[in-house]
Write a protein that binds this ligand. Structure first.
Ligand code: HEM
Length: 534
Protein backbone atom coordinates (compact mmCIF):
# COMPACT_ATOMS: atom_id res chain seq x y z
CA UNK A 1 0.00 0.00 0.00
CA UNK A 2 1.59 3.21 -1.06
CA UNK A 3 -0.33 6.36 -0.49
CA UNK A 4 2.34 8.30 -2.27
CA UNK A 5 0.75 9.68 -5.38
CA UNK A 6 3.31 11.18 -7.73
CA UNK A 7 0.58 12.92 -9.70
CA UNK A 8 -0.09 15.17 -6.77
CA UNK A 9 3.53 16.28 -6.63
CA UNK A 10 4.09 18.32 -9.66
CA UNK A 11 5.59 20.89 -7.38
CA UNK A 12 4.02 23.72 -5.49
CA UNK A 13 1.35 25.48 -7.47
CA UNK A 14 0.90 22.54 -9.87
CA UNK A 15 -2.87 22.81 -9.78
CA UNK A 16 -2.65 26.47 -10.59
CA UNK A 17 -0.93 25.68 -13.85
CA UNK A 18 -4.09 23.86 -14.86
CA UNK A 19 -6.01 27.06 -14.30
CA UNK A 20 -3.52 29.02 -16.35
CA UNK A 21 -3.69 26.58 -19.25
CA UNK A 22 -7.48 26.79 -19.19
CA UNK A 23 -7.56 30.54 -19.37
CA UNK A 24 -9.32 30.65 -22.75
CA UNK A 25 -11.98 28.08 -21.83
CA UNK A 26 -15.55 28.58 -20.72
CA UNK A 27 -15.93 29.92 -17.17
CA UNK A 28 -17.28 27.23 -14.83
CA UNK A 29 -18.44 26.91 -11.25
CA UNK A 30 -16.11 25.00 -8.92
CA UNK A 31 -18.28 21.96 -9.65
CA UNK A 32 -17.30 22.33 -13.30
CA UNK A 33 -20.67 23.64 -14.52
CA UNK A 34 -20.43 26.10 -17.44
CA UNK A 35 -21.54 29.64 -16.63
CA UNK A 36 -23.75 31.63 -19.01
CA UNK A 37 -23.89 35.01 -17.23
CA UNK A 38 -21.40 36.08 -14.57
CA UNK A 39 -22.56 39.72 -14.48
CA UNK A 40 -26.15 39.49 -13.20
CA UNK A 41 -27.79 37.62 -10.35
CA UNK A 42 -30.92 35.58 -10.99
CA UNK A 43 -33.93 37.73 -10.10
CA UNK A 44 -37.67 38.10 -10.53
CA UNK A 45 -37.81 40.54 -13.41
CA UNK A 46 -35.02 42.97 -14.21
CA UNK A 47 -35.81 45.13 -11.14
CA UNK A 48 -37.11 42.39 -8.84
CA UNK A 49 -35.79 40.55 -5.77
CA UNK A 50 -32.93 38.03 -5.95
CA UNK A 51 -33.69 34.31 -5.95
CA UNK A 52 -32.12 31.90 -3.48
CA UNK A 53 -32.18 29.39 -6.31
CA UNK A 54 -29.18 31.21 -7.84
CA UNK A 55 -26.62 28.51 -7.01
CA UNK A 56 -24.08 30.21 -9.23
CA UNK A 57 -24.22 33.44 -7.22
CA UNK A 58 -24.30 31.60 -3.88
CA UNK A 59 -21.26 29.45 -4.69
CA UNK A 60 -19.25 32.42 -5.91
CA UNK A 61 -20.01 34.54 -2.85
CA UNK A 62 -19.65 31.64 -0.40
CA UNK A 63 -16.16 30.96 -1.68
CA UNK A 64 -15.18 34.60 -1.57
CA UNK A 65 -16.51 34.91 2.00
CA UNK A 66 -14.10 32.17 3.07
CA UNK A 67 -10.95 33.39 1.34
CA UNK A 68 -9.12 34.49 4.47
CA UNK A 69 -7.34 32.17 6.86
CA UNK A 70 -5.93 33.32 10.21
CA UNK A 71 -2.68 35.17 9.79
CA UNK A 72 0.32 33.70 11.55
CA UNK A 73 0.24 34.51 15.25
CA UNK A 74 3.78 35.89 14.76
CA UNK A 75 5.77 36.46 11.56
CA UNK A 76 2.49 37.30 9.79
CA UNK A 77 4.11 39.41 7.11
CA UNK A 78 6.47 37.43 4.95
CA UNK A 79 7.71 36.78 1.46
CA UNK A 80 9.07 33.55 0.04
CA UNK A 81 11.01 32.08 -2.85
CA UNK A 82 12.08 28.71 -4.21
CA UNK A 83 15.65 27.64 -4.80
CA UNK A 84 18.18 24.97 -4.05
CA UNK A 85 20.83 24.11 -1.51
CA UNK A 86 24.14 22.70 -2.75
CA UNK A 87 26.34 20.72 -0.38
CA UNK A 88 30.06 21.59 -0.58
CA UNK A 89 31.55 18.46 0.98
CA UNK A 90 30.59 15.32 2.83
CA UNK A 91 30.01 15.82 6.55
CA UNK A 92 29.55 12.08 7.13
CA UNK A 93 32.07 12.17 9.98
CA UNK A 94 29.66 14.25 12.04
CA UNK A 95 26.18 13.62 10.63
CA UNK A 96 24.32 10.83 8.90
CA UNK A 97 21.86 13.37 7.38
CA UNK A 98 21.58 12.44 3.70
CA UNK A 99 21.66 16.09 2.65
CA UNK A 100 25.26 16.37 3.94
CA UNK A 101 26.71 13.14 2.50
CA UNK A 102 27.77 14.06 -1.03
CA UNK A 103 29.63 17.08 -2.42
CA UNK A 104 27.60 18.76 -5.16
CA UNK A 105 24.28 17.30 -3.94
CA UNK A 106 21.43 19.70 -4.75
CA UNK A 107 18.34 19.82 -2.54
CA UNK A 108 15.24 21.87 -3.40
CA UNK A 109 14.29 24.50 -0.82
CA UNK A 110 11.57 27.02 -0.07
CA UNK A 111 12.52 30.05 2.02
CA UNK A 112 10.22 32.53 3.74
CA UNK A 113 11.53 35.82 5.14
CA UNK A 114 9.33 37.73 7.55
CA UNK A 115 8.98 40.42 10.16
CA UNK A 116 7.82 39.23 13.57
CA UNK A 117 5.55 41.71 15.26
CA UNK A 118 3.63 43.43 12.49
CA UNK A 119 0.39 42.23 11.00
CA UNK A 120 0.14 40.83 7.50
CA UNK A 121 -0.34 44.26 5.94
CA UNK A 122 2.38 46.09 7.86
CA UNK A 123 5.37 47.90 6.36
CA UNK A 124 8.53 46.05 5.40
CA UNK A 125 11.08 48.31 7.07
CA UNK A 126 9.79 48.19 10.64
CA UNK A 127 12.49 47.92 13.30
CA UNK A 128 12.10 44.21 14.00
CA UNK A 129 13.74 40.79 13.84
CA UNK A 130 13.49 39.16 10.42
CA UNK A 131 12.47 35.50 10.14
CA UNK A 132 14.69 33.37 7.90
CA UNK A 133 12.85 30.05 7.57
CA UNK A 134 14.19 27.38 5.21
CA UNK A 135 12.39 24.20 4.21
CA UNK A 136 14.83 21.69 2.71
CA UNK A 137 12.99 18.98 0.75
CA UNK A 138 15.59 16.29 1.49
CA UNK A 139 15.58 12.66 0.34
CA UNK A 140 14.84 11.71 3.95
CA UNK A 141 11.93 14.06 4.46
CA UNK A 142 11.60 17.76 5.10
CA UNK A 143 14.11 19.59 7.27
CA UNK A 144 12.91 23.00 8.47
CA UNK A 145 15.60 25.34 9.76
CA UNK A 146 13.32 28.02 11.21
CA UNK A 147 15.71 30.82 12.05
CA UNK A 148 16.01 34.58 12.36
CA UNK A 149 18.44 37.24 11.13
CA UNK A 150 19.61 37.77 14.72
CA UNK A 151 21.55 34.97 16.44
CA UNK A 152 19.97 35.32 19.89
CA UNK A 153 16.45 35.60 21.27
CA UNK A 154 14.51 37.68 23.81
CA UNK A 155 13.75 34.90 26.26
CA UNK A 156 15.35 31.74 27.58
CA UNK A 157 12.24 29.62 28.10
CA UNK A 158 9.33 29.00 25.71
CA UNK A 159 6.79 29.44 28.52
CA UNK A 160 7.47 33.20 28.29
CA UNK A 161 6.78 33.40 24.54
CA UNK A 162 3.06 34.31 24.72
CA UNK A 163 3.82 37.16 27.16
CA UNK A 164 6.67 38.40 25.01
CA UNK A 165 4.57 38.37 21.86
CA UNK A 166 1.52 39.94 23.55
CA UNK A 167 3.72 42.74 24.86
CA UNK A 168 5.35 43.33 21.49
CA UNK A 169 2.19 43.42 19.39
CA UNK A 170 -0.61 45.98 19.43
CA UNK A 171 -2.03 46.80 22.85
CA UNK A 172 -5.39 45.04 23.24
CA UNK A 173 -7.55 48.03 24.20
CA UNK A 174 -6.36 50.45 21.48
CA UNK A 175 -5.12 48.02 18.82
CA UNK A 176 -1.97 50.00 18.14
CA UNK A 177 0.92 50.23 17.49
CA UNK A 178 0.57 47.65 14.75
CA UNK A 179 4.21 47.13 13.88
CA UNK A 180 6.28 49.16 16.30
CA UNK A 181 8.24 48.19 19.34
CA UNK A 182 8.05 51.81 20.51
CA UNK A 183 5.30 51.48 23.13
CA UNK A 184 4.83 51.00 26.85
CA UNK A 185 3.78 47.35 26.87
CA UNK A 186 6.84 46.21 24.93
CA UNK A 187 9.34 48.18 27.00
CA UNK A 188 7.58 47.31 30.23
CA UNK A 189 8.01 43.61 29.47
CA UNK A 190 11.61 44.09 28.33
CA UNK A 191 12.53 46.16 31.38
CA UNK A 192 11.16 43.35 33.57
CA UNK A 193 13.01 40.67 31.56
CA UNK A 194 16.77 41.11 32.05
CA UNK A 195 17.51 38.07 29.88
CA UNK A 196 16.33 40.09 26.85
CA UNK A 197 19.18 42.65 27.07
CA UNK A 198 21.50 40.97 24.58
CA UNK A 199 18.68 40.71 22.03
CA UNK A 200 17.72 44.34 22.72
CA UNK A 201 21.20 45.50 21.69
CA UNK A 202 20.77 43.69 18.36
CA UNK A 203 17.22 44.98 17.87
CA UNK A 204 18.28 48.56 18.50
CA UNK A 205 21.17 48.15 16.07
CA UNK A 206 21.14 48.57 12.30
CA UNK A 207 20.61 44.79 11.98
CA UNK A 208 16.92 45.34 12.67
CA UNK A 209 16.39 47.46 9.53
CA UNK A 210 18.02 45.49 6.71
CA UNK A 211 18.34 47.09 3.27
CA UNK A 212 16.80 43.99 1.74
CA UNK A 213 16.39 40.30 2.50
CA UNK A 214 19.33 39.70 0.17
CA UNK A 215 21.69 41.55 2.50
CA UNK A 216 21.00 39.84 5.78
CA UNK A 217 22.38 36.92 7.74
CA UNK A 218 20.35 34.06 9.15
CA UNK A 219 20.83 31.95 12.25
CA UNK A 220 19.38 28.71 13.61
CA UNK A 221 19.85 30.42 17.02
CA UNK A 222 19.71 27.28 19.18
CA UNK A 223 22.41 24.70 19.66
CA UNK A 224 21.36 21.64 17.66
CA UNK A 225 23.05 18.26 17.36
CA UNK A 226 24.53 16.45 14.42
CA UNK A 227 24.49 12.66 14.91
CA UNK A 228 26.65 10.38 12.77
CA UNK A 229 26.14 6.77 11.63
CA UNK A 230 27.83 5.54 14.83
CA UNK A 231 25.30 7.51 16.89
CA UNK A 232 27.93 10.00 18.08
CA UNK A 233 26.72 13.53 18.66
CA UNK A 234 28.40 16.85 17.83
CA UNK A 235 26.82 20.15 18.82
CA UNK A 236 26.11 22.47 15.91
CA UNK A 237 25.07 26.09 15.41
CA UNK A 238 23.82 27.12 11.96
CA UNK A 239 24.66 30.42 10.23
CA UNK A 240 23.58 31.82 6.85
CA UNK A 241 26.01 34.36 5.36
CA UNK A 242 24.75 36.49 2.43
CA UNK A 243 27.08 36.49 -0.58
CA UNK A 244 26.27 40.19 -1.07
CA UNK A 245 27.40 41.05 2.45
CA UNK A 246 25.44 42.82 5.15
CA UNK A 247 23.66 46.12 4.52
CA UNK A 248 21.12 48.07 6.47
CA UNK A 249 19.30 51.35 5.99
CA UNK A 250 19.45 54.26 8.42
CA UNK A 251 16.37 54.88 10.55
CA UNK A 252 15.40 58.11 8.74
CA UNK A 253 15.64 56.22 5.43
CA UNK A 254 13.49 53.41 6.80
CA UNK A 255 10.80 55.83 7.91
CA UNK A 256 10.64 57.42 4.46
CA UNK A 257 10.72 54.13 2.59
CA UNK A 258 7.92 52.72 4.74
CA UNK A 259 5.78 55.69 3.77
CA UNK A 260 6.67 55.67 0.08
CA UNK A 261 6.79 51.91 -0.51
CA UNK A 262 5.73 49.62 2.35
CA UNK A 263 6.47 46.64 0.04
CA UNK A 264 10.12 47.61 -0.38
CA UNK A 265 11.57 44.24 0.66
CA UNK A 266 9.01 42.26 -1.31
CA UNK A 267 9.60 44.30 -4.43
CA UNK A 268 13.38 43.94 -4.05
CA UNK A 269 13.23 40.13 -3.87
CA UNK A 270 10.68 39.87 -6.69
CA UNK A 271 12.66 42.16 -8.98
CA UNK A 272 16.01 40.58 -8.31
CA UNK A 273 14.84 36.99 -8.82
CA UNK A 274 12.60 37.66 -11.81
CA UNK A 275 15.47 39.53 -13.50
CA UNK A 276 17.80 36.56 -13.03
CA UNK A 277 19.81 38.16 -10.24
CA UNK A 278 19.61 35.23 -7.83
CA UNK A 279 20.48 35.92 -4.20
CA UNK A 280 22.82 33.50 -2.51
CA UNK A 281 23.81 32.58 1.03
CA UNK A 282 26.40 30.22 2.45
CA UNK A 283 25.39 27.83 5.17
CA UNK A 284 28.10 27.66 7.79
CA UNK A 285 28.34 25.64 10.96
CA UNK A 286 30.05 25.94 14.30
CA UNK A 287 30.81 22.40 15.48
CA UNK A 288 31.85 21.57 19.03
CA UNK A 289 31.73 18.89 21.69
CA UNK A 290 30.71 18.76 25.34
CA UNK A 291 34.23 19.57 26.63
CA UNK A 292 34.30 22.71 24.50
CA UNK A 293 30.79 23.61 25.73
CA UNK A 294 31.93 23.17 29.33
CA UNK A 295 34.79 25.62 28.80
CA UNK A 296 32.41 28.62 28.63
CA UNK A 297 31.05 30.57 31.55
CA UNK A 298 27.71 30.72 29.74
CA UNK A 299 25.47 27.84 28.78
CA UNK A 300 25.33 26.63 25.18
CA UNK A 301 21.67 25.74 25.84
CA UNK A 302 20.88 29.40 26.51
CA UNK A 303 19.40 31.01 23.35
CA UNK A 304 20.37 34.49 24.53
CA UNK A 305 24.04 33.64 23.94
CA UNK A 306 26.25 33.28 20.89
CA UNK A 307 29.49 31.38 20.56
CA UNK A 308 31.81 34.12 19.28
CA UNK A 309 33.17 33.37 15.81
CA UNK A 310 36.65 34.47 16.96
CA UNK A 311 36.61 31.57 19.42
CA UNK A 312 34.96 29.07 17.10
CA UNK A 313 35.17 30.07 13.43
CA UNK A 314 32.26 29.17 11.19
CA UNK A 315 32.83 26.51 8.55
CA UNK A 316 31.00 26.88 5.19
CA UNK A 317 29.23 23.63 4.26
CA UNK A 318 26.99 24.61 1.36
CA UNK A 319 25.22 27.35 -0.53
CA UNK A 320 21.61 28.41 -0.91
CA UNK A 321 20.43 29.99 -4.14
CA UNK A 322 16.95 31.49 -4.57
CA UNK A 323 16.03 31.36 -8.25
CA UNK A 324 12.24 31.14 -8.60
CA UNK A 325 9.33 33.13 -7.23
CA UNK A 326 6.18 31.24 -6.27
CA UNK A 327 3.46 31.00 -8.92
CA UNK A 328 0.93 31.94 -6.29
CA UNK A 329 1.62 33.85 -3.09
CA UNK A 330 -1.25 32.37 -1.09
CA UNK A 331 -0.82 28.74 -2.19
CA UNK A 332 2.85 28.74 -1.33
CA UNK A 333 4.13 31.61 0.82
CA UNK A 334 1.00 31.88 2.95
CA UNK A 335 0.32 28.18 3.29
CA UNK A 336 3.86 27.00 3.87
CA UNK A 337 4.09 25.45 7.33
CA UNK A 338 7.51 25.56 8.95
CA UNK A 339 8.06 23.46 12.04
CA UNK A 340 11.26 23.19 14.07
CA UNK A 341 10.52 19.56 14.79
CA UNK A 342 10.92 18.66 11.11
CA UNK A 343 14.40 17.14 11.21
CA UNK A 344 15.85 14.28 9.16
CA UNK A 345 17.91 11.43 10.65
CA UNK A 346 21.31 12.84 11.67
CA UNK A 347 19.98 16.18 12.96
CA UNK A 348 18.73 16.33 16.52
CA UNK A 349 17.87 18.77 19.29
CA UNK A 350 19.66 20.04 22.35
CA UNK A 351 17.90 20.69 25.64
CA UNK A 352 17.59 24.43 24.93
CA UNK A 353 14.31 25.18 26.73
CA UNK A 354 13.21 27.57 24.00
CA UNK A 355 13.77 25.00 21.26
CA UNK A 356 11.96 22.31 23.21
CA UNK A 357 8.92 24.55 23.52
CA UNK A 358 9.03 25.50 19.85
CA UNK A 359 8.97 21.83 18.94
CA UNK A 360 5.46 21.70 20.43
CA UNK A 361 4.22 25.08 19.26
CA UNK A 362 4.66 24.89 15.49
CA UNK A 363 2.60 21.76 14.83
CA UNK A 364 -0.09 23.06 17.13
CA UNK A 365 -0.33 26.41 15.39
CA UNK A 366 -0.33 24.91 11.87
CA UNK A 367 -3.31 22.72 12.77
CA UNK A 368 -5.25 25.84 13.62
CA UNK A 369 -3.95 28.12 10.89
CA UNK A 370 -4.24 25.65 8.03
CA UNK A 371 -7.51 24.16 9.18
CA UNK A 372 -6.71 20.60 10.18
CA UNK A 373 -4.25 17.74 10.06
CA UNK A 374 -3.87 17.44 6.29
CA UNK A 375 -1.72 20.50 5.61
CA UNK A 376 1.08 18.20 4.41
CA UNK A 377 -1.20 17.38 1.45
CA UNK A 378 -0.63 20.89 0.16
CA UNK A 379 2.12 20.73 -2.48
CA UNK A 380 4.28 23.35 -0.70
CA UNK A 381 4.34 21.27 2.49
CA UNK A 382 4.49 17.77 1.00
CA UNK A 383 7.85 16.00 1.01
CA UNK A 384 9.48 15.60 -2.39
CA UNK A 385 10.82 12.16 -1.48
CA UNK A 386 8.68 9.00 -1.52
CA UNK A 387 6.60 8.71 1.63
CA UNK A 388 4.35 5.97 2.93
CA UNK A 389 2.19 6.00 6.02
CA UNK A 390 -1.24 5.02 7.23
CA UNK A 391 -2.58 8.39 8.24
CA UNK A 392 -5.99 8.89 6.71
CA UNK A 393 -9.15 10.98 6.56
CA UNK A 394 -9.66 14.33 8.27
CA UNK A 395 -10.73 17.56 6.61
CA UNK A 396 -9.59 17.94 3.02
CA UNK A 397 -7.82 14.58 2.76
CA UNK A 398 -6.24 14.40 -0.69
CA UNK A 399 -4.43 11.09 -0.24
CA UNK A 400 -5.65 8.09 1.65
CA UNK A 401 -4.16 4.60 1.97
CA UNK A 402 -4.90 2.57 -1.16
CA UNK A 403 -6.21 -0.99 -0.87
CA UNK A 404 -7.37 -3.00 2.08
CA UNK A 405 -4.85 -2.44 4.86
CA UNK A 406 -4.45 0.83 6.69
CA UNK A 407 -2.54 -0.52 9.66
CA UNK A 408 0.61 -2.44 10.46
CA UNK A 409 1.68 -5.07 11.20
CA UNK A 410 -0.73 -6.89 8.89
CA UNK A 411 -0.94 -10.44 7.58
CA UNK A 412 -1.31 -9.48 3.93
CA UNK A 413 2.29 -8.46 3.36
CA UNK A 414 1.06 -5.04 2.40
CA UNK A 415 2.36 -1.60 3.13
CA UNK A 416 5.38 0.03 4.67
CA UNK A 417 7.08 -1.08 7.88
CA UNK A 418 9.42 0.76 10.21
CA UNK A 419 13.17 0.45 9.64
CA UNK A 420 15.55 0.64 12.61
CA UNK A 421 18.46 0.99 10.15
CA UNK A 422 17.09 3.79 7.96
CA UNK A 423 14.66 5.41 10.37
CA UNK A 424 15.14 8.37 12.70
CA UNK A 425 16.98 7.40 15.87
CA UNK A 426 16.90 9.98 18.64
CA UNK A 427 20.31 10.65 20.14
CA UNK A 428 20.48 8.60 23.32
CA UNK A 429 21.36 11.52 25.58
CA UNK A 430 21.86 10.62 29.24
CA UNK A 431 19.11 12.27 31.28
CA UNK A 432 18.44 12.17 34.99
CA UNK A 433 17.29 14.65 37.58
CA UNK A 434 14.57 15.93 39.81
CA UNK A 435 11.42 17.32 38.24
CA UNK A 436 11.64 21.09 38.84
CA UNK A 437 10.62 24.47 37.47
CA UNK A 438 13.99 26.14 37.76
CA UNK A 439 16.32 28.18 35.57
CA UNK A 440 19.91 26.89 35.68
CA UNK A 441 22.46 29.19 37.33
CA UNK A 442 24.47 28.94 34.09
CA UNK A 443 21.72 31.03 32.40
CA UNK A 444 22.13 33.96 34.82
CA UNK A 445 24.54 36.37 33.07
CA UNK A 446 22.38 38.70 30.98
CA UNK A 447 24.80 41.54 30.36
CA UNK A 448 28.27 40.32 29.28
CA UNK A 449 27.33 39.42 25.71
CA UNK A 450 25.10 42.50 25.42
CA UNK A 451 28.18 44.54 26.29
CA UNK A 452 30.38 42.56 23.88
CA UNK A 453 27.94 43.23 21.06
CA UNK A 454 27.74 46.95 21.85
CA UNK A 455 31.52 47.29 22.07
CA UNK A 456 31.98 45.44 18.78
CA UNK A 457 30.03 48.13 16.91
CA UNK A 458 31.68 51.05 15.13
CA UNK A 459 31.21 54.58 16.47
CA UNK A 460 28.43 55.34 13.98
CA UNK A 461 26.70 52.05 14.80
CA UNK A 462 26.90 52.77 18.52
CA UNK A 463 25.33 56.18 17.91
CA UNK A 464 22.51 54.49 15.99
CA UNK A 465 21.88 52.21 18.98
CA UNK A 466 21.71 55.21 21.33
CA UNK A 467 19.40 57.05 18.92
CA UNK A 468 17.14 54.02 18.53
CA UNK A 469 16.85 53.57 22.30
CA UNK A 470 16.16 57.27 22.73
CA UNK A 471 13.44 57.27 20.08
CA UNK A 472 11.83 54.09 21.39
CA UNK A 473 11.89 55.10 25.05
CA UNK A 474 10.70 58.60 24.23
CA UNK A 475 7.45 56.97 23.05
CA UNK A 476 7.08 55.25 26.42
CA UNK A 477 4.69 57.27 28.57
CA UNK A 478 5.36 55.54 31.90
CA UNK A 479 8.46 57.03 33.58
CA UNK A 480 9.38 53.96 35.64
CA UNK A 481 9.73 51.87 32.49
CA UNK A 482 12.24 54.34 31.06
CA UNK A 483 14.10 54.37 34.35
CA UNK A 484 14.26 50.59 34.53
CA UNK A 485 15.61 50.46 30.98
CA UNK A 486 18.33 52.99 31.72
CA UNK A 487 19.20 50.97 34.83
CA UNK A 488 19.72 47.92 32.60
CA UNK A 489 21.80 49.94 30.13
CA UNK A 490 24.08 50.89 33.02
CA UNK A 491 24.99 47.21 33.31
CA UNK A 492 25.84 47.14 29.60
CA UNK A 493 27.71 50.40 28.95
CA UNK A 494 27.79 53.48 31.13
CA UNK A 495 28.27 55.94 28.28
CA UNK A 496 25.32 54.44 26.41
CA UNK A 497 23.17 54.65 29.55
CA UNK A 498 24.06 58.26 30.31
CA UNK A 499 23.66 59.34 26.67
CA UNK A 500 20.16 57.86 26.52
CA UNK A 501 19.28 59.28 29.96
CA UNK A 502 20.41 62.77 28.99
CA UNK A 503 18.51 62.69 25.70
CA UNK A 504 15.40 61.57 27.59
CA UNK A 505 15.84 64.49 30.00
CA UNK A 506 16.61 62.51 33.17
CA UNK A 507 17.51 64.78 36.07
CA UNK A 508 19.44 62.03 37.87
CA UNK A 509 20.61 58.51 37.07
CA UNK A 510 19.00 55.41 38.58
CA UNK A 511 21.20 52.70 40.12
CA UNK A 512 22.16 49.67 38.01
CA UNK A 513 19.38 47.09 37.52
CA UNK A 514 19.12 43.78 39.28
CA UNK A 515 19.74 40.85 36.94
CA UNK A 516 16.86 38.82 38.38
CA UNK A 517 13.28 38.92 37.09
CA UNK A 518 11.40 41.05 39.66
CA UNK A 519 8.74 39.20 41.64
CA UNK A 520 5.34 40.68 42.35
CA UNK A 521 6.57 41.56 45.85
CA UNK A 522 9.62 43.33 44.37
CA UNK A 523 7.37 45.42 42.17
CA UNK A 524 4.98 46.24 45.00
CA UNK A 525 7.90 47.25 47.19
CA UNK A 526 9.34 49.46 44.47
CA UNK A 527 8.52 53.14 45.21
CA UNK A 528 8.68 53.84 41.48
CA UNK A 529 5.51 51.82 41.05
CA UNK A 530 3.52 54.72 42.38
CA UNK A 531 4.08 56.47 39.06
CA UNK A 532 3.18 53.49 36.89
CA UNK A 533 -0.39 54.83 36.58
CA UNK A 534 -1.25 56.07 33.15
C1 HEM B 1 6.73 31.54 13.32
C2 HEM B 1 11.42 31.87 14.18
C3 HEM B 1 10.66 31.30 18.90
C4 HEM B 1 6.20 30.07 17.85
C5 HEM B 1 8.06 31.70 13.14
C6 HEM B 1 8.68 32.01 11.90
C7 HEM B 1 10.00 32.09 12.14
C8 HEM B 1 10.22 31.84 13.54
C9 HEM B 1 11.07 32.37 11.13
C10 HEM B 1 7.99 32.26 10.58
C11 HEM B 1 7.83 31.01 9.82
C12 HEM B 1 7.25 31.31 8.48
O1 HEM B 1 7.88 32.09 7.73
O2 HEM B 1 6.18 30.78 8.15
C13 HEM B 1 11.61 31.76 15.54
C14 HEM B 1 12.88 31.81 16.21
C15 HEM B 1 12.66 31.67 17.54
C16 HEM B 1 11.24 31.52 17.70
C17 HEM B 1 14.21 31.94 15.51
C18 HEM B 1 13.60 31.63 18.68
C19 HEM B 1 14.86 31.39 18.57
C20 HEM B 1 9.43 30.83 19.00
C21 HEM B 1 8.87 30.31 20.21
C22 HEM B 1 7.61 29.93 19.90
C23 HEM B 1 7.37 30.24 18.52
C24 HEM B 1 9.59 30.20 21.54
C25 HEM B 1 6.58 29.31 20.79
C26 HEM B 1 6.82 28.69 21.92
C27 HEM B 1 5.95 30.44 16.56
C28 HEM B 1 4.67 30.36 15.94
C29 HEM B 1 4.82 30.80 14.63
C30 HEM B 1 6.20 31.12 14.47
C31 HEM B 1 3.38 29.89 16.59
C32 HEM B 1 3.76 30.93 13.55
C33 HEM B 1 3.91 29.76 12.63
C34 HEM B 1 2.92 29.77 11.49
O3 HEM B 1 1.75 30.09 11.70
O4 HEM B 1 3.34 29.42 10.36
N1 HEM B 1 9.01 31.61 14.14
N2 HEM B 1 10.63 31.59 16.47
N3 HEM B 1 8.50 30.76 17.99
N4 HEM B 1 6.86 30.91 15.66
FE1 HEM B 1 8.76 31.17 16.04
Amino acid sequence: VSIHDQHLHRGAGGELHQFAENRQDVLTTSQGGPVADDQNTLRVGARGSALIEDFHFREKIFHFDHERIPERVVHARGYGAHGFFETYESLSDVTRADIFQRAGEKTPVFVRFSTVAGNKGSADLARDVRGFAVKFYTKEGNWDLVGNNIPVFFIQDAIKFPDMVHAAKQEPDRAFPQAQTAHDNFWDFISLTPESMHMIMWIMSDRAIPRSFRFMEGFGVHTFRFVNADDQSTFVKFHWKPKLGLQSVAWNEAVKINGADPDFHRRDLWQSITSGNFPEWELSVQLFDQDFADSFDFDILDPTKIIPEEILPVRPVGRLVLDRMPDNFFAETEQVAFMTQNVPPGIDFSNDPLLQGRNFSYLDTQLKRLGGPNFTHLPINAPKCPFHHFQQDGHMAMRNPVGRTNYQPNSFGEGPRESPAKGYRHFAAQEQGTKVRLRAESFADHYSQARQFYISQTGAEQRHIAMALTFELSKVETPVIRERMVAHLLNIDETLATTVAQKLGFRSMPGPADAAIPTRQDLEASPALSIVER
